[in-house]
Design a protein around this ligand. Structure first.
Ligand SMILES: Nc1ncnc2c1ncn2[C@@H]1O[C@H](COP(=O)(O)OP(=O)(O)OP(=O)(O)O)[C@@H](O)[C@H]1O
Ligand SMILES: [Mg+2]
Length: 264
């Protein structure tokens, strides 16, 4: 049986699609067969983020309507032999697909992979419910901004109505310099407010929008790369540490870096 994990958020644009793509890549590198599913029906983001949008032959609607088998719709991501994308349909009315449809597709994928990561659309409308209904675990993504944290709180409350075995949190776009200067909420404060286990902290990274747009994962040995490795470890064994975004801004040289970053 595959682990079926929905990646969701209250506020839009907090990094769900980027996290699904990069976490999927890390889990697959660890030897797992991973399917990342784009459930943002009506838009296609995940195939772009994974660099496979030009290869799409079938999409999730073709699977739902029986025009192809699930395995035929899956697209292998270049450089990641164990990572596949199930693309969303971008021409269709997004209200056409319901939770039962998604659950059936997920059930069919269950036997052929170890992880199914579902990229949820923003908000708490139909798209949210149909994605969560097919999942068994949820990861809520927030940024360290009060509006995103407030929306994450709302989503965490809504998730209590579903039969999920776990709900955890990833804090994306964290900036150590701003956390140390008190201009950004700290990880401990977010933990305190949301009372949900944090399994990943991903730093703000200027290159990430470029890699997402170019259909690639974050570059090896960069700060986000290390953070995604820790997130994957946490998901795999539950014991991994969190990436500390403040460490490079501590001490004498850290204070200089902080000053330089502010000027940039
Ligand atoms: N850690 C980060 N540092 C810098 N930019 C980031 C980071 N994470 C995501 N981004 C950028 O933020 C933008 C939105 O990210 P993404 O599309 O993954 O969010 P989303 O939650 O899936 O959005 P939506 O709610 O619209 O589906 C993208 O340009 C992405 O490259
Ligand atoms: Mg998205």
């Amino acid at each position: 049986m595959a682990r079926r994990i929905v990646i969701t958020s209250g506020k839009g644009g907090v990094g769900k699609t980027s996290i699904v793509a990069n976490l999927g890549a890390k889990l697959s590198r660890a030897g797992n067969r991973v399917v990342v599913m784009d459930l943002d029906i009506g838009l296609n983001n995940l195939d772009v983020a994974c660099g496979v949008e030009n290869k799409v032959l079938y999409d999730i609607i073709d699977v739902i309507e029986g025009r192809c088998r699930p395995a035929q719709a899956l697209l292998e991501v270049e450089g990641y032999p164990n990572l596949w994308v199930m693309p969303s349909a971008h021409t269709l009315d997004k209200n056409y697909v319901n939770g039962q449809n998604v659950r059936l597709v997920v059930e069919k994928l269950n036997g052929i992979c170890d992880y199914i990561l579902m990229d949820c659309p923003a908000g708490i409308e139909l798209g949210f419910h149909r994605a969560v209904a097919a999942a068994e675990e949820a990861i809520v993504v927030t940024t360290p901004h009060i509006s995103a944290v407030r929306d994450a709180d709302r989503v965490i409350r809504l998730l209590k109505a579903y039969r999920l075995s776990s709900v955890s949190l990833v804090v994306n776009r964290a900036r150590g310099d701003l956390m140390l200067s008190g201009e950004m909420m700290e990880i401990a404060d977010i933990n305190e407010l949301l009372k949900t286990k944090i399994i990943g902290v991903i730093p703000e990274d200027d290159e990430m929008p470029l890699s997402t747009a170019a259909g690639g994962m974050v570059s090896a040995c960069t700060q986000p790369d290390i953070a995604f490795n820790l997130l994957a470890d946490n998901l795999l064994d539950g014991e991994g540490e969190l990436y500390d975004v403040t460490v490079k801004y501590r001490g004498f040289f850290g204070a200089i870096k902080r000053g330089l970053r502010r000027r940039v």
